[in-house]
Design a protein around this ligand. Structure first.
Ligand code: MRU
Length: 367
């Protein structure tokens, strides 16, 4: 794939943007993928909340970008006559959007950043502040593109070291930490897209996407993205990871994260910790791709990360015509799990590669 076609691919699947009149968010509805590629507009606070809650837009950085744009759109409609009433409307909208999902820290990070911008500009007129909020959301979006690019360049360095003549580099990933989950390159997928930009062919890599039960982000989203970009792709069920690794097909694992605690423990899509444990057993390098906005120095360890529990129907009915389990059976359905820092080979941030001890490494990159 040449650079022009990589760019065309990105244009098709980009997640966070505004409509031209800036009155609504324009997102791809990820619940319909891969069968239907449909863009939808979100203009009310209820629509934005519902889209995040229902995973129409999902993935930690994309949730943050959407929340920032959401605050800019909602604030632009304010009829408030003075700063205090403008700010109290802002705070009510912020609190409402913050209640959509609990685990990905980027949501709160982006909302707090928008609030700080508003407060830093409190002496300006309301129309000026409304414009500044749009500008800040654009900045968050543009920074996310650059952050993913940097993560991709570092990850690409690791891929280059693994390249051997006559055999693709085997990469396993879990859930979707791809273009759909960010503003452009993804985090866990960024090394692959950057590899294409550096002239690798799609056949130089083989990406193994865990299907990612229960909502199948790996099967529906990552394989769709990566295959659309022309990279050799295979989907396997989550319980096949050990079999893949034992067969010698996996050289490296890249995953994303929803929140990284100060000690390096991190929450990511349910199933990630199991993957890390299996990788440790087989001696396969396990890398977490982490924008610094996902590292939460206020959370000491993984035990303090709030884990979202989701609707039991996602396990018993959601993707099938018939029920998959008896009516009223108990269901355990956490959306995320915590991986212990001892299982991580390295954490790739946009500011450099962090290795244990993680707290020291995070301090060194300015967190
Ligand atoms: C760059 S996205 C990182 C994570 O948000 C991703 O790996 C993940 O777990 C997403 O979960 P989801 O429930 O689909 O929002």
């Amino acid at each position: 794939m040449n650079n022009a076609s990589v760019e065309k691919f990105f244009d098709k699947v980009l997640t966070g943007r505004l409509t031209p009149d800036r009155q609504a968010l324009d997102i791809i509805d990820q619940t319909l993928l891969p069968g239907t590629v449909k863009r939808i507009n979100l203009s009310t606070k209820e629509e934005i909340w519902e889209a995040i809650k229902k995973l129409r837009v999902r993935g930690a950085p994309a949730i943050g970008v959407s929340a920032a744009y959401g605050m800019a759109v909602l604030s632009s409609r304010s009829q408030a006559a003075d700063f205090d009433s403008f700010y109290s409307e802002f705070k009510a909208n912020k609190e409402y959007l913050a209640s959509s999902r609990p685990t990905a820290v980027n949501l709160f990070w982006a909302l707090n950043r928008m609030e700080k911008t508003l407060l830093d500009n409190r002496t300006k007129s309301i129309p000026e502040i409304q414009e500044i909020l749009y500008h800040e959301a654009d900045k968050i979006q543009a920074e996310d593109v650059q952050i993913s690019r940097n993560i991709g360049e570092i990850g690409f360095g690791l891929l280059k070291d693994l390249k051997k003549e006559g055999r693709p580099v085997g990469i396993e990933t879990h859930c979707n930490a791809g273009t759909l989950a960010t503003a452009k390159y993804g985090t866990a997928t960024a090394p692959m897209y950057i590899a294409l930009e550096h002239g690798w062919k799609g056949t130089d890599m083989h990406v193994y996407c865990d299907e990612t039960r229960p909502l199948l982000q790996g099967a529906r989203l990552t394989s769709f993205e990566v295959a659309s970009a022309g990279i050799t792709t295979t989907v396997q069920c989550d319980n096949m990871a050990s079999s893949l690794m034992r067969a010698g097909l996996i050289d490296i694992i890249f995953v994303g994260c929803d929140r990284v605690a100060r000690n390096g423990d991190f929450a990511n899509k349910i199933g990630t910790s199991g993957l890390a444990i299996i990788a440790k057993h087989y001696g396969i390098p396990f890398y977490v791709c982490a924008p610094s906005s996902t590292i939460d120095m206020e959370t000491p360890s993984g035990s303090q990360i709030p884990i979202e529990m989701r609707d039991p129907d996602e396990v018993t009915e959601m993707w099938y015509q018939e029920r998959m389990a008896p009516e009223n059976v108990n269901v355990y359905n956490p959306a995320f799990d915590v991986t212990d820092h001892s299982l991580i080979t390295g954490m790739i941030t946009e500011k450099g590669l962090c290795t244990a001890p993680f707290e020291d490494a995070f301090r060194k990159i300015g967190l």
